[in-house]
Design a protein around this ligand. Structure first.
Ligand code: GDP
Length: 260
């Protein structure tokens, strides 16, 4: 399930310990013990799946991750969920590098029925992020979600750009962004761990979104990512449709993971 070696060994050791104590004898007990081990690992440390909201103004969410991870789709689904709750949402398209990224986000904004701010292709992403926060404040948005590029000429360029966007948002609204959500494709195995390390070295990631768990991938990598970064998993993506988003539940995830 892509747990990775250290996590897998720790889980095995825990089940063995419980077997020696006589608690695990049957296959059903084995699966239950394994699920409990996974759930406990996910609930250790920084593990609250709830989003942190700003109590005294708009909440700014910065969304990062490589191209194809599912950032745009996630933002679309989350916007629709907020919109349903009666929150006023504004999307900022700060991926000005990839042709089509701005339009793709605009389409999701229309689909979800939320407000949208995008610069011209090739314009400075940090200034688009600034404008989005500015517009959100002026227009009375409850939540401002800023999309970012997932690829530039080099990884260093991308990380420098993300740092700049992060800084500029904080200049316009102190304490923002209130969340930095890293979107990881749940089907890419151990590569997700490398991505998690790279992004969190550039900006202080506060939550993980794991996408594409509707397929065959079990996404065991979430445990390794949580343990490595000490950051909570906040959402899982379960498809390409607007309603295919779930708040992360460690217990439910663990039980589904060990199902036969
Ligand atoms: P971005 O480049 O990070 O913005 O990624 P996109 O949001 O454009 O998604 C890349 C591809 O993955 C698209 O074809 C999406 O429809 C698909 N996708 C995104 N999230 C999910 C998911 O949870 N499940 C499935 N099956 N596909 C997804």
């Amino acid at each position: 399930s892509d747990f990775g070696v250290p996590t897998a060994l720790a889980l095995v050791a825990e089940v063995e310990r419980r077997h020696k104590r006589g608690e695990v004898k049957t296959e059903v007990e084995f699966r239950k013990a394994l699920a409990e081990g996974v759930e406990a690992a996910l609930k250790k440390g920084n593990s609250d799946p709830a989003l942190r909201f700003n109590r005294s103004g708009p909440t700014v969410l910065l969304v990062v991750g490589v191209n194809g991870a599912g950032k745009t789709t996630f933002i679309g689904k989350l916007s629709a969920a907020f919109q349903k709750e009666g929150k006023k949402v504004l999307l900022g398209a700060a991926d000005t590098f990839r042709a089509g990224a701005i339009d793709q986000l605009r389409v999701w904004a229309e689909r979800a029925g939320v407000d949208f701010v995008g610069g011209a292709p090739g314009s400075d992403p940090a200034s688009v992020a600034f404008d989005a926060v500015e517009a959100g404040i002026t227009r009375g948005a409850d939540v401002i979600i800023v999309d970012t590029a997932g690829r530039l000429h080099t990884s260093d360029d991308l990380m420098t750009e993300l740092r700049k966007i992060h800084r500029v948002i904080g200049k316009r609204l102190p304490e923002a962004p209130h969340e930095i959500l890293l979107v990881l494709d749940g089907t890419i195995g151990q590569n997700a761990l490398a991505q998690a390390r790279t992004f969190s070295a550039a900006v202080p990631v506060t939550g993980i979104v794991v996408t594409k768990l509707d397929g065959t991938a079990k996404g065991g990598i979430v445990v390794a990512v949580h343990e490595t970064l000490d950051v909570p998993i906040k959402f899982v993506g379960l498809g390409e449709q607007i309603g295919d988003l779930e708040a992360f539940d460690a217990g439910e995830y663990a039980r589904e993971l060990v199902e036969a």
